[in-house]
Design a protein around this ligand. Structure first.
Ligand code: NAD
Ligand code: ZN
Length: 273
């Protein structure tokens, strides 16, 4: 209460203890919980998000697919940049948010993780790769644009030392990271699996997404329209806030850490037991 006796708005109270409690209650009464994550879950691992000033795309706009296909110079520049930057991404470690979700998944409380991220940190934290849907692909693989063969990024990175423009070992075709470019269609199978998970869950937990990138942001919308409760952990408002049952306006790592601790107990949530 402030001096005028007005209770503060639920979403701005700190440190979110009552929002976390509401989230825990929703989780306890849910049968199937699905998480939907965005770049905001990885900022605490030192990977900038998309929106913020200095975000990745602001500094380093990726080429369009047609520019990439048509210009050898674009491809050369692309691989110079990949060679400089991939090592840094590969060295990033999952944070408390990724670890909490992985532990909830291992404990059978969280079913599927649908992520917009390409950093692979959910799997690095121990999430089940078979139940982690990467809507925008992954930076840890390279795909041939011609025959579709997938190569480990490490293997192509090793070749970059002697080949500035690596080609596909199967067909000689053009290679690019297995990520989805702006304006490019999303992998249909991943999107279909994500919508299926959204329709099947009764709690959708959104973490660190501005929910403005389509069609990915349709996933939580579909969950809500199918009757699931919606929880949003994000440090700024999103367009789906009016649909949310609980909003935690705070750090993904701290919020998910507290959430997992409440559901799993201290040792299991932090990894020491
Ligand atoms: P976004 O950048 O549009 O939104 C991130 C949201 O997370 C913002 O609203 C921000 O306020 C919030 N946020 C940032 N740090 C937070 C924290 N520690 N705790 C709570 N909230 C936090 O991200 P998006 O919705 O995922 O869309 C961006 C697009 O760019 C996606 O398509 C994604 O594929 C791509 N991208 C991926 C990565 C990655 O793999 N880590 C990084 C940048 C961008
Ligand atoms: Zn090929």
């Amino acid at each position: 209460m402030d001096a005028a006796g007005t209770p503060p708005a639920a979403s701005i109270r700190s440190p979110y203890a009552s929002e976390i409690n509401e989230l825990v209650e929703l989780a306890r009464s849910a049968r199937v919980i699905v998480a939907f994550t965005g770049a905001g879950i990885s900022t605490e691992s030192g990977i900038p998000d998309y929106r913020g000033p200095g975000g990745v795309w602001e500094r380093n706009a990726p080429p369009t697919l047609s520019d990439f296909r048509e210009n050898e110079e674009t491809r050369r520049r692309y691989w110079i940049e990949r060679r400089e930057r991939y090592g840094a991404l590969r060295a990033k470690a999952p944070n408390a948010g990724h670890i909490a979700l992985a532990r909830l998944q291992a404990a059978g409380i969280l079913s599927t993780i649908v992520t917009q991220n390409i950093d692979g940190l959910h799997q690095k934290a121990g999430s089940d790769p078979g139940r982690t849907i990467e809507l925008h692909g992954t930076a840890h693989q390279v795909r041939c644009l011609d025959c579709g063969t997938i190569w480990p990024a490490d293997e192509i990175q090793a070749r970059l030392a002697r080949e500035p423009l690596p080609d596909c070992g199967m067909c000689g075709g053009m290679l690019r990271a297995a990520t989805v470019l702006f304006g490019q269609a999303m992998p249909e199978e991943s999107l279909a699996r994500a919508f299926e998970a959204a329709r099947a869950c009764d709690l959708m937990l959104v973490v660190g997404s501005s929910l403005v990138v389509q069609p990915a942001a349709r996933v939580p919308e579909v969950a809500s329209a199918s009757g699931a409760a919606l929880a949003i952990v994000n440090n700024e408002p999103t367009p789906l806030d009016p649909l949310a049952d609980v909003i935690v306006r705070g750090s993904a790592g701290a919020a998910l850490g507290a959430f997992a601790k409440a559901l799993l107990g201290k040792n299991q949530a932090s990894g020491s037991g």
